[in-house]
Design a protein around this ligand. Structure first.
Ligand code: PGA
Length: 245
């Protein structure tokens, strides 16, 4: 089964650096799906200059409105015109630094779906919530809020990235078996509400050496990778370890 590997470069690379790395990644031989998420300004350029078109581009965010006087915002329509097929919505860094709540995230999802972007919705608990055994209820609240009034047919264009906040950039990960269980929990929750199957990815401190631990589980459909996706050697090793055909 082919898996999805998403590179989230966050705000770590310049336009030039993004283009160089994208061209290297485009040479990786794999049957897995690769989605590269550079910053907004690099999207268009990478789309035009990329030699191979079978890696996909994704944005890291989109506006919660379609058009209008929203200084500094980027509309979903511009994102899709820039060549992106995907958009990450609700990343914990945006929830934290931009104070995005489930309602804003819900609006962003609707805007993205309206123009035909595929959504990667991020959810996950923080350390206190984990310690208090609140993971499931937090995930439920985040998912219900983010997917409010989304139509069943639109679920085809949504996948979920389970990213425990305490695992992002910390070098710590949950046990892969636990992530598989959480992934089943998320899938069941959505199936009960929408009667649709979704893909669930894991994100948080993934590197080449621990990637196969997670990818070997059937219910983990892919990985969302931050830090390790910035280094070509490290990132490309993930595909050598998880070659599927
Ligand atoms: P990390 O980030 O791989 O650096 O932990 C993951 C993410 O924030 O999506």
């Amino acid at each position: 089964m082919s898996k999805t590997i998403i590179a989230n470069w966050k705000m770590n690379l310049s336009i030039k650096e993004s283009l160089i790395l994208a061209n290297k990644i485009a040479k990786i031989k794999t049957d897995n799906e690769i989605i590269v998420c550079p910053d907004f300004l690099s999207l268009n350029l990478i789309n035009q200059k990329l030699k191979r078109k079978d890696i996909y581009l994704g944005a890291q965010d989109c506006a919660a409105y379609s058009y209008g006087s929203y200084t500094g915002e980027v509309a979903s329509q511009s994102i899709i015109e820039s060549g992106a097929k995907y958009v990450i919505i609700g990343h914990s860094e945006r929830r934290k630094y931009q104070k995005e709540d489930n309602e804003i995230i819900n609006n962003k999802i609707k805007q993205a779906l309206k123009v035909g972007l595929k959504v990667i919705l991020c959810v996950g608990e923080n350390l206190t919530e984990k310690k208090n055994k609140k993971t499931k209820s937090i995930l439920k609240t985040q998912l219900k809020g983010a997917l409010k009034d989304v139509l069943k047919k639109e679920l085809t264009n949504i996948s979920i990235a389970y990213e425990p906040i305490w695992a992002i950039g910390s070098g710590k990960t949950p046990e892969a078996e636990k992530v598989n269980e959480t992934s089943i929990y998320i899938k069941d929750l959505i199936y009960n509400d929408f009667k649709k199957k979704v893909k669930v990815f894991y994100g948080g401190s993934i590197k080449a050496s621990n990637s196969s631990e997670f990818l070997k589980y059937k219910q983990i459909d892919g990985l969302l990778i931050g830090g390790a996706s910035l280094n070509y050697q490290e990132f490309s090793k993930i595909f050598k370890k998880n070659y599927v055909r």
